[in-house]
Design a protein around this ligand. Structure first.
Ligand code: FAD
Length: 500
């Protein structure tokens, strides 16, 4: 089998390669950098859905052990708390949130990739060309060793915001960029803040703008200040103003700057996530402002969605229509993420005097009027997308915790192997499937007379009557067999070697 070519050994590319290996699919990961190296702390907040995907590839346990778990987010206006949001922990589940520097996440993924015989990781290979074929892809690279060509079955462009793959495919990246900057500093200091997300509008230490504070491992605090468009970090560092800024929060305590950077954020989504045998994932496909932690978390969910579909195609367990659903499902998730983060940025970075005035007025009202608090947007934190209108999802089913299209409740996930899982209250015949399907008896979780079909990425494909025909139909649909002509962008009805 030709390998899947993955452009970019960032967290999304590495996760894709490792997930492919779970299904016996080899990959070659082409990375432009000459050697592993830190780009900076960047993503710290990892959400439980991403952690579950990372658990599949054996890195979540170490991430959770090393990271700081948090379950509460609080929002303040000046010195008044406006509201808090709690994220309950499930027994047997992942923490709802951990904070861990992206450098550490990448290091753990890299170590896992280096141990994996099916992942061929090549440093110093910058992707410069893509030649699509009917049965495969040729990918050209340039690096220290000169020009090379790689033959692959599919190409996954996980090469970040400036994605060469996206440009070579001629895919647009519409959206907008923000003028205001955000100064992000990781400060090592023995502060007595609790392990919570704390968002301050107009605090005395950044009047008129906002500050976000998060705890990271080793008593390091991620502090995120909104700063004006003409802000310059090096000028502030040299003049001592950065020290004054940090002192306003840490007081007289000793501190050390671990990492500092000023960012402009972007809100952009690729106009298509698939072109023929090439797919875009992670920042190559979408960029969101980070309030809500939807960047890397959604990139990992792209990888989880794409990897099993590529594997099913390569192993001969699906028709071509399954691959179309990657774009259908993840473009829908991206549209939701974009809408949520754009609304947040409209509140955080008003673009007119009228918007600033409205924001001030909402914040002042919110101090005494609980109804106004709903209008305060300090970032809606990432949650699992629900594939309710996906062609793979069999709609309907009884009311209960198992919802068609939604992520399966956490404690049940420990029962699931890398293939499809049927959750049933009593023994059921899943038919003679070519693809891997396991049946798990979970009497208390599934209503009597029903079974749930769960996809390899932990999403419920359907809750259907517990009889052979309905179950086989739901499994076939979830593997892309019944995507009709009008829904299939590949054209024609999918032919599936799923027996049943
Ligand atoms: C300040 C900040 C804070 C953030 N906080 C959060 C957060 O708390 N939670 C969250 O979920 N997200 C957060 N994000 C977003 C997160 O950092 C990104 O979403 C994440 O890095 C995307 O990973 P990726 O693998 O898609 O891309 P990248 O990390 O950009 O990796 C792409 C890789 O591709 C390589 N590459 C590029 N071009 C080529 C080429 N032509 N050929 C081969 N290789 C190539 C690059 O060298 C790189 O290694 C934050 C971002 C910033 C800037």
């Amino acid at each position: 089998m030709d390998p899947v070519v993955v452009a970019g050994a960032g967290p999304v590319g590495l996760t894709t390669a490792l997930l492919l290996s779970l299904h016996g699919v080899p990959s070659v990961v082409l990375e432009a950098k000459e050697e592993p190296g830190h780009v900076g702390s960047r993503a710290i907040c990892m959400q439980r859905e991403a952690l579950w995907a990372l658990d599949r590839v054996g890195v979540a346990e170490a991430m959770v052990a090393e990271g700081v778990t948090w379950t509460v987010g609080r929002t303040y206006y000046r010195d008044r708390e406006l509201f808090s949001v709690r994220f309950p922990e499930e027994r047997g589940g992942m923490p709802p949130w951990i904070n861990l520097s992206q450098c550490r996440t990448e290091a753990l993924l890299l170590a896992a990739a280096e141990r994996c015989p099916l992942v061929d990781l090549r440093w110093g290979e910058r992707v410069t060309g893509v030649i699509p074929g009917r049965r495969g892809m040729q990918v050209a690279t340039e690096g220290g060793g000169g020009r090379r060509t790689w033959q692959g079955s599919f190409l996954v462009g996980a090469d970040g915001p400036r994605s060469t793959v996206r440009q070579l495919l001629g895919v647009g990246f519409p959206g907008r960029s923000y003028e205001d900057q955000f100064l992000i500093v990781d400060v090592a200091c023995d502060l007595d803040f609790p392990s919570e997300r704390r968002f301050y509008f107009d605090p005395p230490w950044n009047p008129g703008r906002q500050v976000l504070v998060h705890e990271c491992p080793g008593k390091v605090w991620r502090i995120d200040w909104q700063v004006p468009a003409d802000y310059d970090l090096e000028t502030e560092r040299a003049s001592g103003a950065l020290d004054e800024r940090i002192r306003r929060i840490v007081g007289e305590r000793d501190y050390e700057v671990v990492w500092a950077s000023a960012y402009r954020f972007h809100e952009r989504v690729a106009s298509s996530f698939r072109v023929g045998r090439a797919f875009l994932a992670g920042d190559a496909a979408h960029l969101y402002a980070p309030f809500g932690a939807r960047g890397l978390n959604s990139g990992i969910c792209d990888a989880a969605n794409l990897a099993w579909k590529l594997a099913w195609e390569l192993r001969g367990w699906s028709g071509p229509a399954l691959l179309d659903t990657y774009a259908v499902e993840r473009e829908a998730a991206a549209a939701e993420n974009l809408a949520v983060t754009t609304a947040t940025m409209d509140f955080l970075v008003p673009r007119s005097e009228a918007q600033w005035a409205r924001r001030r007025q909402v914040l002042e009202r919110a101090v005494s009027d609980p109804a106004a608090r709903a209008e305060v947007d300090s970032g809606r934190l990432a949650e699992a997308f629900v594939y309710s209108s996906s062609p793979l999802t069999t709609p309907g089913g009884p009311a209960g915790p198992l919802v068609a299209g939604a992520a399966v409740p956490e404690p049940l996930r420990r029962l699931m192997g890398p293939g499809f899982t049927v959750l049933a209250g009593a023994p059921v015949e899943a038919g003679d499937m070519a693809m891997p399907v396991s049946v798990q008896l979970v009497r208390e979780a599934v209503p009597a007379g029903w079974v749930a079909v769960v996809r390899p990425d932990f999403h419920v494909a359907g809750v259907v009557p517990a009889e052979g025909e309905a179950l086989v139909a739901a499994l076939r649909r979830a593997a892309g067999a019944t995507v009709g002509e009008d829904e299939s962008r590949g054209g024609g009805r999918a032919v599936l070697p799923v027996r049943g």
